[in-house]
Design a protein around this ligand. Structure first.
Ligand SMILES: Cc1cc2nc3c(=O)[nH]c(=O)nc-3n(C[C@H](O)[C@H](O)[C@H](O)COP(=O)(O)O)c2cc1C
Length: 376
């Protein structure tokens, strides 16, 4: 198994940072399904931390290790301070974002813009590295554009500056998410470095993951979009890498139950308005590909409350698997509810504060019965 500096990994699969996605609720879903994969928070702005001091993005639960906190910015001292905060919050490693292509980020010198400023990138890595005791990693792309694919030299620089692992997304900043990830180019980075390299880009299935590992020779694989609405792909990838066998996929009713747990978690953590609104796109992912699901998915894009979501999903469970499917879904929701609330509240480092910040969802009601009358 790969090691990130002093950190021994139990898995070659990584769910890398996704802003607006890899929050504590999403990670809780992943962790319950895969106890070993590597996790990361969403990216945290080092500059914002300077002004506000704390950020809920850095809330970690004790059961989600190994986990990194990803920071972004371009001022070495400010990045070092952010890294120290992240270390205090319990991160196992600090990941530095040098791959984000979004103009809002790159128009300063943040994210992928640092691939055009390797000297500054080196200084950031070295300053962060000397400010913390935990390993430092960096995530980057192939380069800024096709005429400047410098991922190999950039990786060498990062290794020389002290990183313990790199994650390489096989696209340039100019490509954003278009075209295909170039795994052959990731292979060149892997070949040039001694530290572990995680290959990233366009892995949506266990077969993709194994192919990426074969082509690149990478130590591990990072799976971002492929895990949306499909946390089961992570242990399936692990099993396929390790045994060559494919565990069965989750059935539709189970997918719905976990999708609803995700929605409920977001509502508990972020309040009903934001939680429900953020849930909509997750629910679209969880229900993707379900036979006859389109009208239900359409309804899910409009739900305004957690109860609305529950009702639509119960209807969909019935559409797919009859009254028994509906009942199985509702039973799973009911069982989950109590255990989920207590997991979230007992285990987060923010503890009581987190509990206080949750909006109680006092009643989750379906047309046919009241589920989990619960106030947190
Ligand atoms: C919604 C979304 C948000 C993302 N946010 C981040 C981020 O905060 N930091 C980062 O390094 N990469 C971020 N990424 C990039 C992913 O980590 C990953 O590199 C990219 O999606 C390619 O991998 P995939 O093909 O497995 O999705 C984000 C991607 C998506 C889709």
């Amino acid at each position: 198994m790969p090691r990130i500096g002093s950190l021994n990994l139990k898995s070659r699969v990584y769910v890398p940072p996704m802003a607006g996605v890899t929050d504590i609720v999403f990670r809780n879903i992943i962790r319950r399904i895969d106890p070993n994969c590597l996790l990361s928070t969403e990216m945290v702005s080092s500059r914002a931390l300077l002004h506000r001091g704390e950020n809920r993005i850095m809330d970690l639960a004790p059961d989600e290790h190994p986990i990194g906190i990803q920071i972004f910015g371009h001022e070495p001292e400010i990045m070092a301070e952010a890294a120290q905060r992240a270390q205090r919050r319990g991160a196992n490693f600090i990941d530095i974002n040098m791959g984000c292509p979004v103009p809002k980020i790159t128009k300063g010198k943040d994210g992928c813009a640092l691939m055009r400023e390797p000297d500054l990138a080196r200084e950031i890595i070295a300053t962060v590295k000397s400010a913390v005791d935990i390993p430092v990693t960096v995530k980057f792309r192939l380069g800024w554009d096709d005429t400047s694919r410098n991922a190999v030299e950039f990786g060498e620089m990062a290794e020389d500056a002290g990183v313990s692992m790199v994650t390489v997304h096989g696209r340039t900043r100019q490509q954003l998410y278009s075209g295909k990830a170039d795994w052959d180019f990731i292979a060149k980075v892997k070949k040039a470095l001694s530290v572990p390299v995680f290959g990233n880009g366009d892995v949506f299935s266990p077969e993709d993951a194994v192919r990426l590992l074969e082509i690149t020779g990478c130590d591990g694989v990072a799976v971002a979009r492929g895990s949306l609405g499909n946390p089961w792909v992570i242990p399936r990838i692990t099993a396929f890498i390790e045994t060559g066998r494919l565990p069965p996929e989750a059935d539709d009713v189970e997918r719905l139950a976990v999708g609803f747990r995700h929605c409920l978690g977001l509502v508990l953590y972020k309040g009903e308005r934001i939680g429900t609104s953020e849930s909509r796109r997750h629910l679209t992912h969880y229900t993707k590909g379900m036979s006859g699901g389109a009208p239900f998915r359409n309804r899910l894009t409009q739900v305004g409350t957690v109860t609305d979501a529950l009702n639509v999903m119960a209807d969909l469970a019935e559409h797919i698997a009859g009254p028994e499917g509906r009942q199985r879904f509702l039973n799973a929701v009911e069982n989950d509810y109590t255990s989920y609330c207590s997991t979230l509240t007992e285990t987060t480092t923010a503890g009581k504060d987190l509990l206080l910040s949750m909006t109680p969802c006092s009643e989750v009601r379906t047309d046919s019965q009241t589920i989990a009358v619960a106030t947190v």
